[in-house]
Write a protein that binds this ligand. Structure first.
Ligand code: N1C
Length: 249
């Protein structure tokens, strides 16, 4: 009897996990009007439910991209690496740029952890493989796939905020370095404009060797610019809505 009770309690907690995750998914999704969140949820789940959470290739999310495709916002697309907080503090306050987290899929899954298990139809949010535990983990493959899709539709002049307070602002193994930069299409993208966010320590500047590697990764025909911008200036522009986007830096 005890065993049965334990099994039942366990079973109940597991589905509570699924339900909680699903309710976050739907409440975030429903903020975007004109989308079928049920259909998007089903396309999302088929990528990982009932599968080994370390064996999810990024292509598993192809049907999800089809269910919730990205729309290009030329000249306003913002990429970032190791600057998540500065970027979103700014984009939350100003409409100058659109990041992946401002799109349906990016905003629905931002900050969440999820995975499946073989032989189960549940969605788990605990005991999932970590970012570096295995290459093809559920969460990492998701960000790889949506980042590739987001870079693929990029057009016009695109911006990337990189971290000038670390020794290597451009890492070839980051999602920005391994997927997005390579995915920019020269027929659509005119230029990549790096905003190197600096603080008073001035650890790096635009002459940093890693930024040379970044330029080498860009498809022929995409122009490259780099500008060092103090974090205080970005914050200031965020809190001054009268300031035109073009004069922030
Ligand atoms: O590996 P990164 O940065 O270079 O990835 C950032 C890059 C951005 O331009 C985004 O378009 O890739 C996209 N992206 C996200 O939008 C995103 N939201 C949340 C990549 N990762 C994202 N996350 C989480 O941040 C993700 O779960 C992982 O843990 C980090 C990657 O951050 P990074 O190394 O600073």
């Amino acid at each position: 009897l005890l065993l049965i009770i334990v099994a039942v309690v366990l079973g109940v907690t597991l589905s509570k996990e699924t339900n909680q995750f699903q309710s976050v998914f739907f409440s975030r999704c429903e903020k975007f009007k004109g989308h079928d969140c049920q259909k998007i949820w089903e396309a999302f789940q088929q990528a990982y439910v009932n599968q080994d959470p370390c064996d999810i290739p990024m292509e598993a999310y192809d049907p999800l991209i089809t269910a919730a495709p990205f729309k290009p916002t030329c000249n306003r697309m913002m990429f970032w690496s190791k600057t998540k907080d500065v970027v979103h503090e700014f984009t939350e306050k100003r409409d100058c740029f659109v990041t992946l987290e401002d799109t349906l899929l990016g905003s629905v899954l931002d900050g969440l952890t999820w995975c499946g298990k073989e032989g189960s139809s549940e969605t788990f949010t605990t005991d999932c493989p970590g970012w570096t535990d295995c290459k093809n983990n559920t969460v990492r493959s998701f960000w790889n796939r949506v980042s590739a899709a987001y870079a693929d539709i990029a057009c016009g002049d695109v911006t990337a905020m990189l971290n000038g307070s670390i020794a290597v602002p451009f890492s070839p193994t980051s999602i920005f370095g391994s997927i997005e930069v390579k995915g920019l299409n020269a027929t659509r993208v005119k230029s990549l404009n790096v905003v190197l966010v600096t603080d008073e320590k001035n650890v790096t500047n635009c002459t940093n060797a890693s930024l040379k590697d970044l330029q080498k990764e860009l498809a022929e025909g995409i122009k490259y610019n780099c500008k060092e911008v103090p974090d205080t200036q970005i914050q200031e522009c965020g809190s001054n809505p009268q300031k035109p986007c073009g004069s922030c830096w």
